[in-house]
Design a protein around this ligand. Structure first.
Ligand code: GKR
Ligand code: MG
Length: 430
């Protein structure tokens, strides 16, 4: 089998005005849909973060992909690594909440998932079987809570759809207080069945975010796992001070402060497991993590750890060095969600409910429309590949969104400045 064609389609998906430490989500999130087509006309698909720089990087490897055997993933990876070397994509706004700037890992991840989907479809096996097989059929996800302004995103921007009911209405409602977040959590859990809650912090002064955690604990009871993620904008002192108040209340404390050394200081002082998708984000960071003891749990993300097989290697490394394993997400559609779920079905030590932004989106690019959670879980069956087919009409429509929306990258600081002129991102705000 040979890869005869390689397509990259940029898309834009409606995204509501969610707040984080870097600012505000734009009305659209950018993704790229990557397809590899075999010489016998089977296609494999993957979904990657989008934006002009990602598109240019994907286009740049076209000649390294077309004509290759999709099974030859190690060689394709090597060639992509040779092409990019250690290049990173620079300090874009986006990188301020997630450091996944290694271009070779990001590009290969997108190519690899599409190749695994192609191989799976060609041999009639689900992608998780190409990772060694499932250890679980059901993959639990968590409710990812955000402080937010009122609004639906997309064309509606800050407007809301007045006819919305249920989770649709809650998704559009403002949530700027502890009570607003509790209402959001209740609506999300009612709609999806999630059993764990994660709050995106780093938005308001720490005491408000701590109060929000205690309001969630009060509403959901002590047995619902809770996580708080200030995206590293708390100083070490602030993280220790508020971390001590949160002892016993959090399942894990995600990136309370910046960098491995700071995280290690917090880990020493606070009796809560620390998790990261910011200080240990590539294999190069593992020696520092082990030397310093910067976190207890690593959040995998195949989009920036170099694909699904590399994420299985990360799982093994976590076992060796006594790290727990969870999963990070960013605004995404069902192709990414299915890839995340195949990985989580196959990684034995991925024992935490995975993050997902999926409830915040309302569009889909796959046949059959939005994926359904069963009591908070995605069920991985035996469908070949990732178990998704592209809806070509939706792909064209979401591509048109991309062309019309005029965004070429993610800049949460610039979006925030439209609402609060002069607002500035700060590496350490509190
Ligand atoms: O979507 O605003 C967001 C998140 O803050 C995202 O960009 C982060 O990468 O989900 C992420 C995280 O856990 O840090
Ligand atoms: Mg995080």
């Amino acid at each position: 089998m040979r890869i005869a064609d390689f397509h990259v389609t940029p898309i834009a998906i409606a995204d509501p005005p969610l707040l984080n430490a870097a600012g505000l989500h734009a009305p659209y999130a950018l993704r790229a849909i990557v397809e590899v087509v075999s010489d016998d006309n089977i296609y494999g698909v993957s979904e990657s973060p989008g934006g002009a720089d990602v598109l240019a990087d994907l286009e740049a490897v076209r000649a390294l992909v077309v004509g290759r055997d999709p099974f030859a993933l190690n060689k394709i990876a090597q060639d992509i690594e040779t092409h990019f070397g250690d290049a990173t994509s620079g300090d874009r706004q986006y990188m301020r909440t997630t450091i996944h700037s290694r271009r070779a890992a990001r590009v290969f991840g997108a190519v690899e998932v599409a190749c695994l989907d192609l191989i799976g479809k060609a041999i009639g096996q689900p992608v998780c079987n190409l990772l060694g097989g499932k250890v679980r059929d059901r993959v639990p996800f968590s409710a990812y809570l955000f402080y937010k302004y009122e609004g639906a995103g997309g064309q509606l921007g800050f407007a809301t759809d007045l006819g919305a009911t249920g989770w649709d209405a809650a998704r559009q409602a403002a949530a700027l207080t502890p009570a607003g977040i509790v209402a959001q959590a209740q609506a999300m859990c009612r709609a999806f069945g999630f059993k764990s809650l994660k709050l995106k912090g780093g938005v308001f002064p720490p005491h408000i975010e701590v109060d929000t955690i205690f309001a969630l604990r009060q509403a959901f009871g002590p047995n619902t796992p809770l996580r708080l993620d200030p995206n590293a904008v708390w100083s070490v002192e602030t993280a220790i001070r508020y971390g001590k108040q949160l002892e016993g209340a959090l399942e894990y404390f995600e990136d309370p402060t910046r960098g491995q050394a700071g995280m290690a200081q917090v880990a020493q002082a606070v009796n809560i497991p620390l998790a990261t998708n910011m200080c240990t984000t590539s294999f190069d960071d593992i020696p520092g993590s082990v030397r310093l003891g910067s976190e207890h749990i690593i959040l995998s993300d195949h989009h920036f750890w170099g694909g699904l097989r590399a994420s299985m290697e990360l799982a093994r490394i976590c076992r060796v060095f006594g790290r727990g394993l969870s999963m990070h997400s960013n605004s995404h559609l069902g192709i990414s969600l299915r890839a995340m779920a195949h990985l989580a079905a196959a990684a034995p030590n991925l024992t935490y409910a995975c993050d997902t932004h999926y409830p915040w989106q309302r569009e889909e690019v796959i046949v059959g429309g939005r994926l359904q959670f069963d009591d908070g879980d995605l069920i991985i069956g035996d469908e070949p590949g990732l178990g998704v087919e592209l809806d070509r009409a939706m792909l064209a429509r979401l591509h048109e969104n991309y062309v019309q929306c005029g965004l070429t990258g993610r800049d949460d600081e610039a979006e925030m400045q439209k609402v609060q002129p002069g607002w500035k991102f700060m590496h350490t705000r509190w």
